[in-house]
Design a protein around this ligand. Structure first.
Ligand SMILES: Cc1ncc(COP(=O)(O)O)c(C=O)c1O
Length: 401
């Protein structure tokens, strides 16, 4: 995705706009599968929540990926994109029994993360095998909001509750066919990952009918040149070896599953926004773009640092800017960042905008959400139209006054 192509896309489809590179998505998928190629049965279930545009889902389906979902709507999107129900796993948290039953009816693999629903589901549907999400009580993840496997987390069934869980399984006569954990996002240290995996292996021994073990995700991707990232190749080597030895011990060739989002799509996406105003105050030079946290909330939500490049003037003299949006609250994308000289009308390119960017966007301030483009087989193709005022009004009802 060179600067000229991106500028051309911004010119043709307007800004702000998300642009994704199908080639990068494919190469990340291949890199991950290669890292685990010594495992007989590997399943990558792409985490739809990261980027759920139907064309992106179709791309994953065409590569042979499965799909990880958290809502019935994501399941429906996946089915519409062509995924077979058996290649979709549904890992909700705190949703109703009714929704879980509706998803089960579609033939999708259910993953349950609390004892209450497990007991209710098992009593009513003992013949439907389910996966269980374990909370291994490991602190992992790049930010407290994305650390979800620790003892105070709302996610998963505590490893200390395994005896209770086993009693429910026995009493309901249900089958547990998978065991799962997801400890957090942006996990740097593969030893933390391997440590949590040992807890999962230990827990797995309690279940005799397993078909797969799902290690969730959490791989850290680089945000700029030279940035630290999870060493997938080393993790692949170490975990595959341990997994293969566990399968021997267990007496069955299980499937090793992952459900990455960021690793597969983060670096494949950029966000393009136009500078509306360059505002010099007594202390700061603000570059104000035609966007805000309504389109890209991660810097405000997680403190994520997206690299920003002025693609209109990439070789200009570098100066310090605070890049902010147009929202009526503070919406700072970057503070005192060195960026090549910015003029009003320039296009700024935010890197690592493939994961959790468009999917977290909103119509706050009654603004339109951005359009999306996928560069597929070298050709930029619009995969989401820019919204219109009708989209803002859709579903709103005016009452007589
Ligand atoms: C259950 C589950 N699986 C997978 C993921 C994907 O994580 P990542 O994008 O870090 O790969 C998440 C992220 O929130 C998750 O909650």
């Amino acid at each position: 995705m060179d600067n000229n192509t991106l500028l051309q896309i911004a010119k043709e489809y307007g800004s702000p706009i998300y642009v994704y590179d199908a080639e990068k998505i494919t190469s990340q998928y291949k890199r991950l599968t290669k890292a685990f190629n010594s495992v007989n049965n590997l399943r990558i279930n792409y985490a739809a929540k990261a980027l759920s545009n139907i064309s992106v889902l179709k791309l994953f389906n065409s590569m042979g990926s499965g799909l990880d979902t958290v809502s019935i709507q994501e399941v429906q999107l996946g089915l519409k994109a062509g995924f077979k129900p058996e290649n979709i796993i549904y890992t909700p948290n705190g949703v109703s029994l009714e929704e879980i039953e509706s998803v089960a009816e579609l033939g999708v693999q259910i993953n349950i993360d609390n004892l209450s629903i497990l007991e209710q589901f098992g009593s009513k549907h003992p013949k439907i095998p389910v996966c269980i999400r374990i909370n291994p009580h490991v602190m992992a993840g790049g930010n407290t909001n994305i650390s979800v496997g620790h003892i105070d987390s709302k996610f998963g069934i505590s490893i200390h509750q395994i005896p209770l869980l086993l009693r429910i399984v026995e009493n309901t006569n249900m089958t547990i066919n998978g065991i799962h954990m997801h400890t957090g996002s942006d996990i740097l240290d593969i030893d933390v990952f391997l440590y949590a995996s040992e807890i999962l292996f230990e827990t797995a021994k309690n279940f005799k009918n397993l078909k797969f073990i799902d290690f969730g995700s959490g791989f850290k991707v680089p945000y700029k040149k030279g940035d630290i990232e999870t060493n997938i190749e080393e993790l692949g080597k170490k975990l595959s070896k341990r997994f293969n030895s566990f399968c021997k011990e267990y007496g069955k060739d299980l499937t090793l599953a992952f459900e990455p989002g960021k690793f597969l799509v983060s670096e494949a996406g950029v966000f393009l926004a136009k500078v509306n105003v360059v505002k010099q105050t007594t202390s700061t030079v603000f570059a104000q773009i035609d966007s805000g946290f309504n389109h890209l909330i991660r810097p405000m939500l997680y403190g994520s640092q997206h690299e920003i490049v002025n693609i209109t003037n990439p070789k200009g003299r570098e100066r310090f800017y605070s890049v902010v949006g147009y929202i009526c609250e503070t919406d700072t994308f970057a503070n005192n960042r060195r960026i090549s000289e910015i003029n009003e009308g320039d296009i700024l390119c935010f890197k690592n905008a493939g994961a959790y960017c468009f999917t977290m966007s909103s119509n706050y301030n009654s603004r339109y959400r951005p359009a999306e483009v996928l560069i597929y087989k070298g050709k930029p193709q619009l995969i989401r139209q820019r919204e219109t005022f009708e989209d803002i009004l859709r579903n709103q009802l005016e009452i007589a006054m």
